[in-house]
Design a protein around this ligand. Sequence first.
Ligand code: GDP
Length: 368
Amino acid sequence: TSEKMYCIGCGAELQTEDKTKPGYVQNSTLKKYQEDDSRELFCKRCFRLRNYNEITDVDISDDDFLKLLDSIAQKDGLIVNVIDIFDYEGSVIPGLQRFVGDKDILVVGNKVDLLPKSVNQNRLLNWLQQKSKENGIKSVNQVMVSAEKGTNIDKLMRLIEKYRNGKDVYVVGTTNTGKSTLINKIISQNSDVKDLITTSRFPGTTLDRIDIPLDDGKSLIDTPGIIHKYQLAHFLNDEDLKTVTPKKPLRPATFQLRDGQTIFVAGLARFDFLDEKTNVVFYVNQNLLLHRTKTINAEEFYQKHLGEMLTPPSDVEEFPTLKKEEFIAHDRSDIVIYGLGWVTIPAGSKVRVYVPDGVSVSIRDAII
Ligand code: GDP
């Protein structure tokens, strides 16, 4: 039949084409329903939520995302913005403040478990505050959490209580920041909440939202994320992405460099250190090759070994050429390549960085 059907949980139009979009059901589920229409038909996402208390993310278009932010702008409430601290540029939503109006934004830096223990948490919080400011986000506060390990979730909940002033809470973030993991953690740590979760249609859009009830009758509302297109992840296949993404705390790798030396981070990035002598410390996933060579040989070396010794990337054809940018550190600093990690360089040192065109690099005060 060509009759449109809707999920009775979230109201999304049911479809069997795309798992990543709202309203997805398997063909077999749909068939069973058509044979016996006394059954209740939920989309896969609502089904998982009702049966396993598990939130799964749906992908939406930029356009729908703007509509979503616009509908939030018209409501009263606190915005909780989840950021991946390993991929700030890939997870920040430029213009967020403008889209949501004068609402308060609480910035949550997720995946803190991946940082070495020696990280100065205050510097990291300052950095997050600074980055928020640069992106026009007037954050009322910031907190570092690990959604996966459950670190600082109670602190986050206290901050939410403090800033929401009895209003609803909207959790926003791009995909892959760990927003679903975070919400699942919140649900599992508040056992009384589990049975009360509802899904309901997001007014004015075709998007569904998930409401988690708070004590005073207000809700914590999960919203779908959007994908950023200029993340490092965009240039890599799944296999390569696994090699790049850390699963355990980063371990420092120290190099003592003399005049004219270069370090390759696999085939993904190249650092030419321009000082006579310098000590640098790399913080990237342990699985990634750090290879030292003379700068005069670096170009030839890269051309020769890209996709072989220098992998990832394993797919050289699709990989963009590297673009260079120079940095001078006034104080002890980190050169950050979003989605990859960083290298700490001493005050006064100069470095030329090569990364795939479209991937962002920036400098910050050293966090260790
Ligand atoms: P969403 O798209 O924002 O909902 O993100 P997900 O919750 O699906 O998480 C994206 C990826 O980040 C998954 O591979 C998670 O395992 C991982 N992840 C989420 N939270 C954490 C965390 O606190 N620490 C670490 N190391 N990984 C996390």
